[in-house]
Design a binder for this molecule. Structure first.
Ligand code: AMP
Length: 112
């Protein structure tokens, strides 16, 4: 997708602080962190939202990269939250599916 913000990050046209990468997914720090650790995991291919992801492989790859990020960031033991906001009511603001990995402090529940 030419104009997609996260596709531009995948192509290296917009800078991002990468924390993990493989053939399927990329993980980078959220520009507006909501917790001490806040990393976004995205598929390199463009899917508008979680609702558009066609295969278990892509969803599984995102989940496994979230585990990797949590271990790298030192929050696997203390715990973390994975969030995929989907659509307008889900609070999604960027139209390329992404998984938030949040941790480094106790997180409130339920979200607002
Ligand atoms: P969501 O509201 O679930 O769509 O989350 C979008 C997230 O993308 C927000 O947490 C933003 O802070 C983050 N974000 C927007 N632009 C960038 C960027 N250029 N680099 C890193 N994170 C970004």
């Amino acid at each position: 997708m030419i104009d997609c913000l996260f596709c531009k990050i995948v192509r290296g046209e917009i800078p991002a602080t990468k924390v993990a990468e493989n053939e399927v997914c990329l993980a980078f720090r959220d520009i507006g962190p909501k917790a001490p650790v806040h990393v976004l995991v995205i598929p390199k291919s463009h899917y508008g939202s979680m609702d558009d992801v066609p295969t278990a492989e892509v969803i599984g790859a995102m989940g496994l990269m979230a585990q990797q990020v949590a271990r790298q960031e030192g929050i696997a033991e203390t715990g973390y939250r994975c969030v995929i906001n989907t659509g307008a009511d889900g609070g999604q603001t960027v139209g390329h599916v992404h998984l938030h990995v949040l941790g480094g402090r106790a997180l409130g529940w339920p979200p607002g």
